[in-house]
Ligand binder design. Structure first.
Ligand SMILES: NC(=O)c1ccc[n+]([C@@H]2O[C@H](COP(=O)([O-])OP(=O)(O)OC[C@H]3O[C@@H](n4cnc5c(N)ncnc54)[C@H](O)[C@@H]3O)[C@@H](O)[C@H]2O)c1
Length: 389
């Protein structure tokens, strides 16, 4: 594929354009807003200058990336595209409109991909005359740096579209995983417990936020603590993802959003970007980390058991292969280990005991062991049978 078009020049659109252009595609990036295009171009120039300073690219490389990209506020410019990647705002009606517009301009063989984080690919595809060419291509932020791309076929998508999208992503040295069109795909769905179980521990005053963050990093091996990470992502964004997944799963208690986080959003405490979130970035906060290792281990254990149970349930429901589930969490959110591999290592019986204990304590459906976890525990089986070899 030579010609690639991107729709939407925001955070994700410009990142994806940078990758495609770096791999020598001719890129058209279209946005309906001239202002967004201007900001996107300035942002890209800044990033490229920083890469020159760090000696990651030279001036020639930077020029090549910039000249490969045409910034345009006329959608007609996308007509030569062999693949169009849509990255406009997260709104189904707007995405459907744009997909119809795209379909009227491009050739019949052109693939139309969406970078949506939470909208059903099937519902977007249903707006098109040829839904077989529509697919989800979910990049992570920042797109040029994060290795993972989740490939999500709609139920109408053809095998040819899947194959070509995979091949293209892999030619960009991305790690790809194939995932069913279910809410949250792999990463956003599985990662819910990392945030929500930590918030529960905090709400119950078992530990304060800084102690939970310390435990998850120091004892759990996670790169960031859940509260730091929510503040980094933005509580508005993180809350919205949880709320969407909860609604889409018909209010399954496992994905229930938290009022604590909702209040932060209502107050405008979005996190780093607004100066205040769980943490206050405007003052020198007096943090009181309780480095009691027994307490820390309890925190990590509870969150980890919920994460592994969720990953095992995703496998049980055949959302993706066992290899892809583990690859996704390591490459999409930098988890120190794949969750299924981690479960094999810890042992399924003790994880099941913890989930049952939580269920008995709280009488909530949220603490519901996956049927596959029960099976693995009863039969003393591992997911990767020869993992220790
Ligand atoms: N930001 C993230 O971390 C992230 C990660 C993965 C996926 N996504 C998904 O990627 C998509 C884009 O997210 P973002 O963060 O880059 O958004 P953004 O708000 O930064 O950018 C959206 C851009 O789309 C443009 N736009 C809106 N409607 C348009 C239309 N009808 N035609 C053309 N341009 C239009 C806007 O002018 C804006 O420049 C969303 O679907 C989001 O869910 C975001």
């Amino acid at each position: 594929m030579k010609n690639i078009s991107i729709i939407g020049s925001g955070t994700m659109g410009i990142g994806i354009a940078q990758i495609a252009s770096d791999y020598n595609h001719k890129v058209v990036i279209y946005d309906k807003s001239k202002k967004s295009l201007k900001i996107a171009k300035e942002k890209l120039e800044k990033i490229l200058n920083r890469l020159i300073e760090k000696q990651k690219i030279d001036k020639k490389g930077s020029k090549r990336i910039l000249t490969n990209i045409k910034f345009s506020d006329s959608i007609k410019e996308i007509e030569k595209a062999e693949i169009v990647i849509e990255a406009i705002v997260e709104d189904l009606a707007m995405k459907k409109d744009v997909f119809q517009e795209i379909e009227n301009l491009v050739s019949e063989n052109c693939i139309i991909a969406t970078n949506t984080s939470s909208i059903s690919i099937t519902s977007i595809a249903s707006a098109c005359k040829t839904p077989e060419r529509v697919i989800g291509m979910h990049f992570f932020n920042p797109a040029p740096l994060m290795p993972l791309v989740e490939i999500i076929p709609a139920i109408q998508t053809s095998n040819d579209t899947i194959k070509k999208t995979m091949t293209l992503s892999e030619s960009w040295k991305k790690t790809t995983v194939l995932c069913k069109d279910i809410p949250g795909f792999i990463v956003n769905r599985l990662a819910r417990s990392f945030y929500s179980e930590s918030i529960r521990i905090y709400e119950e005053n078992i530990a304060n936020k800084e102690t939970i963050d310390w435990a998850m990093k120091e004892l759990g091996g996670f790169r960031m603590g859940p509260f730091e990470l929510m503040d980094y992502i933005g509580n508005d964004v993180n809350y919205k993802v949880t709320e969407t997944i909860f609604n889409e799963f018909y209010f399954d208690q496992r994905y229930k959003p938290s009022i604590t986080q909702k209040r932060l959003v209502e107050a405008g405490y979005f996190g780093r970007k607004s100066g205040r979130g769980y943490y206050n970035y405007l003052v020198n906060e007096n943090l009181k980390i309780n480095q009691n290792r027994e307490l820390g281990k309890k925190i990590v254990w509870r969150v980890l058991c919920m994460l592994v149970n969720e990953a095992i349930d995703a496998l049980y429901l055949k959302i993706a292969s066992k290899e892809d589930i583990d690859k996704a969490m390591k490459n999409g959110v930098n988890y120190p280990k794949g969750l299924l591999e981690w479960g094999d290592e810890i042992g399924h019986r003790v994880i099941l005991e913890e989930i049952i204990k939580l269920r008995e304590t709280y009488s909530e459906d949220r603490y519901r062991p996956s049927p596959l976890l029960i099976y693995l525990s009863k039969n003393e089986k591992k997911i990767f049978e020869n993992a220790e070899k």
